[in-house]
Design a binder for this molecule. Sequence first.
Ligand SMILES: NC(=O)c1ccc[n+]([C@@H]2O[C@H](COP(=O)([O-])OP(=O)(O)OC[C@H]3O[C@@H](n4cnc5c(N)ncnc54)[C@H](OP(=O)(O)O)[C@@H]3O)[C@@H](O)[C@H]2O)c1
Length: 294
Amino acid sequence: MSAEMEYFTLSDGSRLPKIGFGTYRTAGEEGVRAIRAAIEAGYRFFDTASLYETERPLAQAVRESGVPRESFIIETKLWTDEMGAGTARAALERSLRRLGTEYVDLYLIHWPRQTGAWDEDWKALDLETWREMEKMQREGKIRRLGLSNFLPHHLENILAHAEIRPVVDQLELHPGYSQEAAVAFCRAHGVLPMAWSPLAHGDRKSDVSAVLSHLAEKYGRSEQQIALRFLLEKDILPIPKAMSGAHIRANLQVFDFSLTPEEVSQISCMPQTAWRGEHPDFAIPQKKSNPQNV
Ligand SMILES: NC(=O)c1ccc[n+]([C@@H]2O[C@H](COP(=O)([O-])OP(=O)(O)OC[C@H]3O[C@@H](n4cnc5c(N)ncnc54)[C@H](OP(=O)(O)O)[C@@H]3O)[C@@H](O)[C@H]2O)c1
C-alpha cells in the first residue's frame, strides 16, 4: 500500500478499515487467488454472504496468508430463506463452519423482506431474526450486528425494538445512485453506511462518466478511484470487488488525494441513472441459498 489505511469509528467505539473487499463472484480457485492478492495488498476487511458461496474461498485465503485471524474483519450475511429464529441460528453455524472460525466480526441480515412487496409479516420476521442475532452476539459468536439493504422504514422497525443496535447498513451506493435519504437516516441514527457495488459493477453510464472522467484527468486517477474517493468524502465505506491484481491494488490508492466539496456536490447532483434495479421493497431477488453449501 502506498498510502496508510484509514479507519471509521463505529457507534460502539470499535473501528473498521475505510475500505473493505467484496467477494461476490470470487468463488473457486481463481477467487482464492484474488482474495490472497487482496490480503497481500493490505485489505483486512472482507465482505461475504451465505448466498455468494465465497465463505470457503475466503477461509482458505485467510488460512494460507499466515496473517492471524484476529487481524481480519470478516463480515457475512444470512439470506432471506435463512430468516427466523432457529433458521438464523443454523445459518450462522453453517457460515462459521465454512469460514473455519469461532466468530464473525459482523453479521448482517442481507435483505429486509423475505417475500413480495406486500408481505405484511416482514416487520415481525426482521425482529425475530434480529433477536436471535442479539442472543448469538451475547454468546460470543458475533462481534457486531448490522443490516443490508435496509431503508429508513426497515431500519426504524429494528431501532425501535433493538437491545443491540446495528452498527452498519450496506446499501447500493455509487456515483449515479446516492440514496441521500437512506444515508442521512443512517447518519442520524449512528449507523455507518457501507457501499455495495461502489463501482457500479465497474461500468458507467455516460452522464455520470463525463464528470468522473473529467476529475480522473484532473487528479491523474481512474474513474473508479474517483468513485471510491467520492464515497470516502461522504464518510461511506466502500467494499469494491476485483479479480485483477492491478484493480485490487488501485482501489487502495485513494487515501493520498481528496475531492473538493464542490466536486463531491457535482457528483452527488448527477441524475440518479446508475441504479442496478433491485429495490429492497419491490424486487425480492429470486435467489435461494444452496442447500448443498453446508
Ligand atoms: N448487500 C448486497 O445486497 C450486495 C449486493 C451486491 C454486492 N454486494 C457486495 O459488494 C461488493 C462489490 O460490489 P460488486 O461486486 O457488485 O461490484 P463493484 O465492486 O462495484 O465492481 C466490480 C467490478 O469492477 C471491476 N473493477 C474493480 N476495480 C476496478 C478498477 N480499479 N478499475 C476498473 N475496474 C475495476 C471489477 O473487475 P475485475 O473483477 O475484473 O477486477 C469488477 O468487474 C460485492 O463483491 C459484494 O461483496 C452486496
